[in-house]
Design a protein around this ligand. Sequence first.
Ligand code: PMP
Length: 359
Amino acid sequence: MTRAYNFNAGPTALPEEVLKRAEKEWLNYNGTGMNVMEMSHRSKPYEEINHQAQNLLRKLLNISNDYEILFLQGGASLQFAMMPMNLLEEGKKGYYVLSGSWSEKALKEAQKIGDAESVASGKDNNYTTIPDIKDLSSLENGSYLHITSNNTIYGTQWHETPKNLSIPLVADMSSDILCRPIDVNSYGLIYAGAQKNLGPSGVTVVIIKKDLLARSKDSLPSMLDYRTHANNQSLYNTPPTLAVYLLKLVLEWADSLGGAEALEKINQQKAELLYHEIDQSNGFYNGHANKNSRSLMNVTFTLNSKELTDAFLAEAKELGFTGLNGHRSVGGCRASIYNAVPLEHVEKLAQFMKEFRTR
Ligand code: PMP
């Protein structure tokens, strides 16, 4: 059987090299006679895996020693609550830019913890554009500003993050971490579920500026306190060992390709193939996102009728393309083209889009 042309929104394709390497090491990881799942998380081999994964992420995103890297569980959804539990200060506000459903969810969770509000929203235009924050100076008394760097459902992405903020910038990078280089120093905290660009589900990466750890209160349950995990190398309790191991393999793969710069170039090439087909289709395909907010990771588009959409998706499925249905709130189609989706698969999709349109 051949591999699917996998355009799932997440979990999604992993690099074939990574899967083969895992298969090779499946019964006997590095001479231990065990699968990584079978070994103690307190053993030397596992501690090394944990350490190497952290170091690789530090290298690939150029993360300075001012930041802790944590591997947690509970998905990005737990971070919607855990982040304000730790960072939202008494008498101050958590500010949110609403750029899609995930940021709405993040705000709702924060409002259960304390005082949080939206400072810009793209909801009125159905999240086709990343909204502008009108007055940055009005944020001065906040605890943080939260953004969702890539909007998985709507296919929009921040291309320039707010500059000269006087409060920490917090970003949910679940669907675009490591798709391009970023300046980690301009963030107070970054979180991301691994299951799109970094590996399988089950592990969530948190990158937090060390000085922000001082905001956590002793009254927090240990597992919800960032300091617990920072002080224990993310080994306070049993970590998702297999997920962290696969994360390490994905990071090695990313490193071997040339890191974030190289990945960005390939991602631009892949996205351009699909956006080009949309733009020159004379309205046969309609891109959901405005051009200046288009995502490198999720290409969203509609066709002009339900019949045409159904026919497109049915034929695509026949040909081995999977995951092209749009999210129910946008409809139409969505091609998620995360780091591990090969260029050739995107070329195949662009070719199919063209053939279908011509016919
Ligand atoms: N944020 C974004 C941007 C996402 O795309 C997703 C998942 N699709 C989430 C948060 C929720 O992540 P999880 O399922 O890991 O909780």
